[in-house]
Design a binder for this molecule. Sequence first.
Ligand code: AMP
Length: 179
Amino acid sequence: MIADNDDLKALIRTIPDFPKPGIQFRDITTLLLDGAGFAAAIGRLALRIGEKPDLVAGIEARGFIVASALAQRLGCGLLLIRKDGKLPGETIAEDYALEYGSDRLAMHVDAAAPGARVWLADDLIATGGSARAAARLIRRAGAHVAGASFIIDLPDLGGSSRLSEEGFPVHALVAFEGH
Ligand code: AMP
C-alpha cells in the first residue's frame, strides 16, 4: 500500500505528547506549507484512483483540505462530512467510538445522488473509527463508497486493514509506526 514517499514523509512533523501524553501527533501543516510537497501528495493520491468518482468526501477538519484538493484535481464535487450539529440542512448521523467516549459525524441526507460513487479522504487513518462511520453515512445516503485515500496510515492501530475489509481500495502515501 505504501509506495516510496520518503520525500513527503520528511515534510510531516511529529509533535510528541500532543494532545496528550503518549500520542505522537503527525502534523501535516509542515507538508501543506511546502507548495511542491502539497501538490505532490495530492497528485500521488489522485494517481492511485482509477475510475473518476462522482464525489470526494472529506472528514472534518483536516480531511477537508485533502478532499477539496483531490476533488479539484479529479474534477469532481466535494462532500463534507462534519461533526454533528454543524450542517444546516437535514442530516443523517453516525456515532463512532473514541478511546474514551464517542463522537458523531453527520452529512446532508441529500448530498449524494442514489448510486453515486464517493471517494473518502482524510489526512490520517488511525483506528479507522471516523472513516468507517463516514462510509456508513455514505451508504445510508444510498451512495457507494468507491475507495479511500489518506496521506498517513498508522498501521499498528489497524484502521486501514479494517477499512479494507469493507471491500474497497484503501490507499495511503506514508506509514508511521506506533500511535
Ligand atoms: P481514527 O478515527 O482513529 O482513524 O482517527 C483518525 C482521525 O484522528 C484523523 O482525522 C486524524 O486527523 C486524527 N488523528 C488520530 N491520530 C492522530 C495522530 N497520531 N496524529 C495526527 N492526527 C491524528
